[in-house]
Design a protein around this ligand. Structure first.
Ligand code: PEP
Ligand code: MN
Length: 350
């Protein structure tokens, strides 16, 4: 099982939830026929936001999964949220466990799961928490690692945000990238199903994950997606999965020598420009601090809305003309302005 984690791309697929024995076996057989699914997922216990919806079949579904594994040879992954669920899953010899987004937000749940995992060898995937808090995600990794779990993987499933957006869960890719930086030795899998929340966006999310050098994908597949008992809108058939895989462009992270040399050249130019950017930003902040000293002397407020508006609009106009995106420019100009305010604040309230 541990070697399997080295496979790239690692493909985890299966229904959101195990519903009936027939559904599990039928879906498993279809997944086996694709020839590329490495691990079969199925939710047995479903933490649901609202009560009164399907909360999983519970322990009675575990023998169905065992049966599916016996027929297909594909190892199993199940979500666990309590110590009892860990015990039950291990009792039925589940090969991989994952901790869901609703559990990762709660350090006590994570600790309970970690305690139950002590002394076991089972690999564990940790999904990001519901909210975009990377420290909670890191904290869960630390708790599970401290319990002695040797094989940990990460799953990026997007973050819950207020309001209606294109995605069910906003990807906020840079948080996943930061986790890849912090834990370079851990595999990072993308779960496009829970990010997209709808079938038509799955492929684009999966492709983005591949382009960002993710190590694998977790995609929900059901033998009859329209009638699934949970997450019907985002589940696809195994033939849709095969079709999508045919369309994805798989990229390699290594480069061949000639391309490598050229990339190196461009990279050294980029490094040079980044250095200069830092110097310029620092010079800009020094000037701000000088203005801060004058404002202090004349007892003026730091924020001059008219001036900020002028700087902002001028920056947006120029940036757009130079091909920079609206989103980047807003974030950048606001960050520079905030840093400037902080420098002046330091001078004025020293
Ligand atoms: C799931 O994988 O079906 C699930 C409930 O995921 P998440 O924890 O990402 O919401
Ligand atoms: Mn689901």
């Amino acid at each position: 099982m541990v070697q399997l984690l080295q496979k790239k791309p690692l493909i985890i697929s299966g229904p959101c939830s195990a519903e009936t024995e027939e559904q599990v076996i039928e879906t498993a057989t279809q997944l086996a026929n694709t020839g590329f699914v490495d691990i079969m997922r199925a939710g047995i216990w479903k933490p649901r936001t609202r009560p009164g919806t399907f909360e999983g079949v519970g322990t009675k579904g575990l023998p169905w999964l065992q049966q599916a594994r016996k027929i297909t040879g594909i190892p199993l992954a199940v979500e666990v949220a309590t110590s009892k669920q860990v015990e039950d899953a291990l009792h039925f010899d589940v090969d991989f466990l994952w901790i869901g987004a609703r559990s990762v937000v709660n350090p006590m749940s994570v600790q309970e799961i970690a305690n139950a995992l002590k002394g076991t060898k089972v690999p564990v995937f940790i999904k990001n928490p519901m909210n975009p808090d990377i420290e909670l995600w890191s904290g869960a990794v630390e708790r599970i690692a401290n319990a002695g779990v040797e094989n940990i993987g990460l799953i990026h499933r997007g973050f819950s945000t207020y309001g209606h957006f294109e995605y069910r869960n906003a990807p906020i890719w840079h948080l996943a990238i930061e986790m890849k930086r912090r834990y370079a030795e851990l595999k990072m899998i993308c779960d496009p199903s829970h990010i997209a929340g709808r079938r038509d966006l799955l492929k684009a999310v999966a492709q983005k994950a591949i382009d960002l050098d993710f190590d694998g994908l977790m995609i929900e597949v059901h033998n009859d997606p329209d009638h699934a008992w949970s997450d019907a809108k985002q589940q696809i058939t195994s033939s849709a999965l095969v079709e999508m895989f045919g369309q994805l462009v798989w990229r390699k992270s290594e480069v061949n020598p000639e391309d490598g040399t050229q990339i190196e050249q461009f990279r050294s130019e980029i490094d040079q420009i980044d250095d200069e950017l830092m110097q310029l930003l620092s010079q800009r902040m020094e000037l701000s601090a000088k203005i801060g000293a004058i404002k202090k002397e004349h007892n003026m407020t730091i924020l001059r809305p008219g001036r900020w508006n002028e700087v902002f609009e001028k920056g947006m106009r120029l940036g757009k003309r130079l091909g920079l995106s609206h989103e980047f420019l807003t974030g950048f100009l606001e960050a520079v302005h905030m840093e400037s305010i902080n420098h002046q604040n330091r001078v004025m309230n020293a």
